[in-house]
Design a protein around this ligand. Structure first.
Ligand SMILES: Cc1cc2nc3c(=O)[nH]c(=O)nc-3n(C[C@H](O)[C@H](O)[C@H](O)COP(=O)(O)OP(=O)(O)OC[C@H]3O[C@@H](n4cnc5c(N)ncnc54)[C@H](O)[C@@H]3O)c2cc1C
Length: 341
């Protein structure tokens, strides 16, 4: 086998894809701003049309790419190994061009506790004026001496640097470092903006946001940006956690909902009953409240099983596939439970 050439229509580039590499990996190595999210076949952000040639599709979620979509010539670039020379086109980002990510250095300016296992980390990039991101995007953050990881940006563009919500994963290289050793004044590396699950500001229909745990980070950025830009349509936010001690920023969202009549904020506890909050899986509670999502946009962020359940529930309620924007918080190596292609 030899490397294959793949034409990327939007960037007018011919890419050499080495054996064993996916189209997305090769595109990102070549600096092409290919739209993507989880890089693991779960979110569908890199869905593309295969115009010519053949690819082998690795395991992926059936919600990220359905059998009908495959039959219609769609692929996921993050799961596609070219078998012949090929040509692909990513499905248009419906809010204009995809921005190329930039690398900048940053400095940690604040660390605080949001819950027993989520820290708020604020980072000031060295060159703030050049940092542009869209609400819902993420950055690759490198803390001293540990591998860089993806973290969603939790604040609105133009407000006090970059805010991150970092959950401790037991035994995790980066998150344990953040929880046990990180100090204000520490240097970081940043690569951003990344990801295409970002707020579509031209959309005027209702908005559904579903967050699980630290998945509230991109949802916070999306909601704050939508409200600051005067988006007036109904915005429903469902925030799922296990127990009360996992909740955070509830008062912040409740205060926003008081100021903005179009915002509804619903915390949901999955492991305990409570007189104050709804109980059950966050996706079931959403499904009880909302019966028809045709014409809506959905933004979903959190662990893989929650994202899959949210996709299933939303599509069953007539959400159009192109209106689902999902971020899956997991390392790409971990692919438990995925359907085979
Ligand atoms: C697009 C994107 C955005 C993300 N945004 C955020 C964010 O805003 N906040 C946040 O806290 N995390 C976020 N993550 C997850 C984050 O990038 C790291 O995967 C996470 O912090 C673990 O990294 P680590 O180095 O501590 O663990 P690692 O050393 O990579 O992993 C240690 C062990 O934990 C497992 N593991 C890794 N991640 C998880 C997980 N999330 N849940 C359960 N087990 C896991 C690994 O498989 C491994 O067995 C995001 C991920 C993606 C892909």
């Amino acid at each position: 086998m030899t490397a294959k050439f793949v034409d990327i229509r939007q960037s007018m580039t011919r890419l050499e894809v080495p054996d064993g590499q996916t189209i997305l990996d090769a595109a990102l190595v070549a600096g092409i701003p290919y739209p993507h999210g989880c890089k693991s076949g779960r979110c569908g952000s890199c869905k593309s049309r295969l115009i010519e040639g053949e690819v082998e599709l690795l395991k992926h979620s059936r919600f990220a790419l359905t059998d009908q979509e495959k039959a219609a010539g769609m692929i996921l670039a993050c799961r596609a190994l070219p078998q012949t020379h090929a040509a692909v086109a990513w499905l248009g980002s419906d809010d204009g061009d995809v921005q190329s990510p930039r690398r900048v250095d940053g400095i940690v300016t604040h660390i605080g506790d949001l819950t027993h296992d989520i820290k708020l980390v604020r980072i000031a990039p060295e060159d703030e004026s050049s940092l542009l991101f869209t609400a819902g995007q993420y950055a690759q953050v490198g803390f001293n001496g540990v591998p860089a990881r993806s973290y969603s940006i939790a604040n609105r563009h133009g407000t006090d640097g970059l805010e991150f919500h970092i959950r401790r994963v037991p035994g995790g290289a980066a998150s344990e470092h953040v929880h046990n050793a990180l100090k204000t004044g520490d240097k970081t590396t940043l690569e951003l903006p990344l990801g295409s699950s970002s707020l579509r500001q031209h959309h005027s229909g209702p908005i559904l946001c579903i967050a699980g745990g630290s998945g509230l980070a991109p949802i916070k950025s999306i909601v704050e940006t939508a409200l600051a830009h005067g988006m007036k349509q109904p915005i429903h936010v469902y925030f799922g956690v296990r127990t009360e001690r996992d909740l955070y920023l509830v008062e912040h969202f409740q205060a926003l909902a008081k100021q903005h009549a179009n915002l509804t904020f619903v915390p949901v506890l999955s492991e305990v009953q409570s007189s104050q909050y709804r109980s059950g899986f966050v996706t079931q509670v959403m499904a009880e409240d909302l019966s028809d999502l045709d014409g809506w946009k959905a933004y979903v962020a959190g662990p893989p099983l929650m994202v899959e359940a949210a996709m299933e529930a939303a599509f069953a309620r007539r959400l159009q596939r192109q209106d689902m924007h999902a971020d899956v918080f997991f390392t790409p190596e971990e692919l438990p439970g995925l359907a085979t292609a």
